[in-house]
Design a protein around this ligand. Structure first.
Ligand SMILES: [Zn+2]
Length: 145
């Protein structure tokens, strides 16, 4: 049984009293008593136990196609790519995709740059020829010794 005090004078009200015997104030409404019997907890409440992301947040083919299209837009694409790769998105699949795309972009850029330098440096090669000619015997000697 719950003890109820008068909200006005603080008197402990007798059980079941409708009003305070001292000041006459109506007793506060008692909450309905909780049933003693609790149903046995055999199984957890039905429903998904794990948080399933909403449909839109799942990686889809269309989503990847859209993302790749977005990446290929000059300027904007690179900004989105960097933002997503650095964790600017709440979707890990987008972050991984951006990181992979960025990595390929870096590799391809390095290859293209190396080829461009090689082609651009071709006319300069004769200038280095005497130097290379002088270094070659040294290298050979070092290999043999
Ligand atoms: Zn009272």
């Amino acid at each position: 049984m719950q003890l109820i005090y008068c909200p006005q004078c603080g008197l402990l009200l007798p059980a079941g009293a409708r009003a305070c015997p001292r000041c006459g104030r109506p007793a506060p409404v008692q909450p309905p008593p909780q049933p003693r019997y609790q149903p046995p907890r055999t199984a957890p409440a039905p429903g998904p136990r794990y948080h399933t992301p909403p449909r839109a947040a799942r990686p889809t083919l269309g989503g990847y196609l859209g993302a790749l299209l977005l990446f290929s837009i000059p300027g904007v694409g690179l900004i989105v790519l960097l933002a997503w790769a650095c964790g600017g998105t709440d979707r890990p699949d987008r972050q991984k995709l951006a990181q992979a795309f960025l990595l390929w972009l870096a590799i391809l850029s390095a290859v293209v740059l190396a080829l461009a330098i090689a082609f651009a440096a071709q006319p300069l090669l004769p200038l280095f020829a005497p130097l290379l000619h002088r270094l070659r015997p040294l290298a050979l000697a070092r290999l043999l010794l």
